[in-house]
Ligand binder design. Structure first.
Ligand code: HAM
Length: 445
């Protein structure tokens, strides 16, 4: 219980993203939308609240997510609701609920938003975290698997992320997996006593999860367990061969990792992860795979699907490290700080601010009369690229002083020409400055 005067802080495992960081998030999201758009993905926005049964059935009753990590509560009418721990189940639910399959062809959908898992917080692991995810519904063609991975590679290369590794596996399907599970259970029976407590439980509840165990002492034992890739049925085997052949053809490097079973139960055939060397213990940048049976698990028609989710918090961490000092990752500068001196100059100064802003330039103006020296101090503190100075003399001459805060050069410019005068250098200072909106406003204005 909080004392009445005690400071109220954010909830453990959640964080405020402050303006110094959000520009990088926006940069990453802009790039994601551009690449997803190029591959013809369209955005879907599903609710954060869902019925608990959606995740219990799809992610799996025995998974860590469902047994330990969900924020689940009874609504006032006693319905069990959950803050989504992931969005694939929600996207498939929406696809079924709105009969998107009636639109014909395949649906390529993407989402960006918060997810909630009650994990132990650490660097790169939060209780509210963000994902950029995409799902392709309506085809089981292996080319889609390869194309989705190709798109991810393009996205990561656009962000200049190096030191990443693509891990690839197949987890089979409901026809061939039971056969492998029987073999795995058999092998586990012989080593069960030497495994960690969680894995001892998993040998009975969900033996595949043993492969996913992170406990150091278990690793040599797990390394000797039979590989699922040696037990795929003909269809899953062919699918996997086609995916790897298509990745080879595209020149995409990968490491086949038979232990990569992923922490969610809905997967069939292809699974993959991309790890980043820039991250610490939580090095999985993204994960994904095929889930051809998921739609049926939640009451829909048979629908093949594949997708991925990028951990945006981790991506931003990695990009932030890779981008240190690169100007195009810096926050866009304020184009101009408008300095006015004397009551008579206030109205024209406001008018200029309004016009520059209408043209899409970022402008700040003081609200109180301020001495020139102090005003220039403000201009430099807020990182303004230019200061526009308007005094009585400037009003008389009809030309304002425009000072380049980088070179120190000062010029007299007529108010109508100021926007044009600022635009070039401002754009050059940062190529994410809203050039398009500035041009757009010009055209319409
Ligand atoms: P996931 O592997 O559970 O897959 O999560 C995907 C990514 O989300 C992880 O690789 C990680 O980067 C990030 N992530 C997960 N938990 C946290 C956390 N507590 N804090 C920060 N980041 C986290 C899925 O969610 C599936 N829906 C992926 C998918 C889409 N499969 C098919 N389609």
């Amino acid at each position: 219980m909080l004392k009445e005067t005690q400071l109220i802080r954010s909830v453990k495992g959640t964080r405020d993203l402050l303006p110094a960081e959000t520009h990088l998030w926006q940069r990453v999201e802009d790039e994601a939308r551009a690449v997803l758009g190029a591959y013809n993905f369209r955005e879907i926005r599903t609710p954060i609240l869902e019925q608990t049964a959606l995740f219990a059935r799809s992610v799996g009753e025995e998974t860590d997510i469902v047994t330990k990590e969900m924020y689940t509560f009874a609504d006032r009418d006693h319905e069990s609701l959950t803050l989504r721990p992931e969005a694939t189940a929600s996207v498939v639910r929406a696809y079924i609920e709105h009969s998107l399959y009636n639109e014909g062809g395949i649906q390529k959908l993407y989402y960006i938003g918060p997810m909630f898992r009650r994990e132990r917080p650490q660097k790169g692991r939060y209780r509210q975290f963000y994902q950029i995810g995409a799902e392709v519904l309506g085809s089981d063609h292996p080319t889609i698997d390869a194309e989705v991975i190709e798109m991810l590679m393009l996205f990561l290369s656009r962000l200049e992320l190096k030191n990443t590794a693509l891990l690839l596996n197949s987890v089979g399907c409901p026809i061939c997996r039971p056969h492998y599970l029987a073999i795995l259970k058999n092998a586990l029976a012989g080593v069960k006593a030497n495994l960690c407590a969680d894995c001892q439980r998993r040998t009975a509840t969900n033996p595949l999860r043993v492969l996913d165990c992170k406990v150091e002492a278990d690793q040599p034992i797990i390394a000797r367990l039979p590989s699922i890739l040696d037990h795929l049925g003909p269809e899953c085997g062919q699918h996997f061969d086609r995916v790897t052949a298509e990745l080879n053809e595209r020149g995409i490097e990968y490491t086949i990792t038979p232990r990569l079973v992923r922490g969610l139960d809905y997967y069939t055939k292809t699974t993959f992860e991309i790890t980043s060397g820039a991250l610490g213990a939580q090095n999985a940048l993204l994960g994904g795979g095929r889930y051809d049976g998921l739609a049926e698990m939640i009451g829909g028609p048979p629908t093949a699907g594949i997708g991925f989710s990028i951990g945006e918090d981790r991506l931003v961490l990695a990009v932030g490290e890779a981008a240190q000092g690169k100007p195009d990752y810096a926050a866009p500068p304020v184009a101009a700080y408008i300095v006015w001196m004397g009551d008579r100059t206030l109205a024209p100064a406001r008018q200029l601010a309004r016009e520059l802003r209408r043209q899409g330039l970022s402008v700040e103006i003081g609200y109180e009369p301020t001495k020139l020296k102090k005003s220039m101090g403000i201009a430099s503190r807020i990182g303004a690229r230019f200061a526009v100075i308007i005094g009585e003399g400037e009003l008389e001459s009809g030309r304002y002083q425009v000072k380049d805060m980088v070179s120190g050069e000062q010029k007299e410019v007529e108010p109508v020409n100021i926007a044009e005068y600022l635009r070039g250098p401002v754009a050059a200072s940062n190529d994410v400055t809203p050039q398009t909106s500035a041009r757009g406003a010009n055209k319409n204005g």
